[in-house]
Design a protein around this ligand. Structure first.
Ligand SMILES: [Zn+2]
Length: 86
C-alpha cells in the first residue's frame, strides 16, 4: 500500500516538473499547445517548422554552400587563368 502511494507521488512530481521545464508553443496548423521540442504535432500530426539558430535546415545549408561556391569559384577561376598565363 505504501509502495503504491510512493509511486503515485513520484509520477505526479515528475509530471509537474517536466511540464514546467519544457517550453510550449502553439501549433502553427491547429493552434494546439504543444512542446517546443516536439518535431511533430501530436494533435494534427503536422511537422513543426521552428527555426532555431543552432539547427540549420538542409535548405539553409544548401543556400550557404551556394553562396560560398559563388564567392570561391570565380576566385579559383581567376587564379587559374593568372597561373596559366604565366
Ligand atoms: Zn497541430
Amino acid at each position: 500500500m505504501s509502495y503504491q502511494d510512493d509511486s503515485d507521488e513520484f509520477d505526479f512530481e515528475s509530471d509537474v516538473e517536466s511540464s514546467e521545464d519544457t517550453p510550449t508553443v502553439n501549433c502553427a496548423n491547429c493552434k494546439q499547445l504543444i512542446y517546443e521540442d516536439a518535431q511533430q504535432c501530436p494533435y494534427c500530426l503536422e511537422y513543426t517548422s521552428i527555426e532555431s539558430p543552432d539547427h540549420l535546415s538542409s535548405s539553409t545549408k544548401t543556400v550557404i554552400w551556394l553562396l560560398i561556391l559563388s564567392l570561391v569559384l570565380p576566385t579559383l577561376v581567376f587564379a587559374a587563368s593568372v597561373l596559366l598565363k604565366k
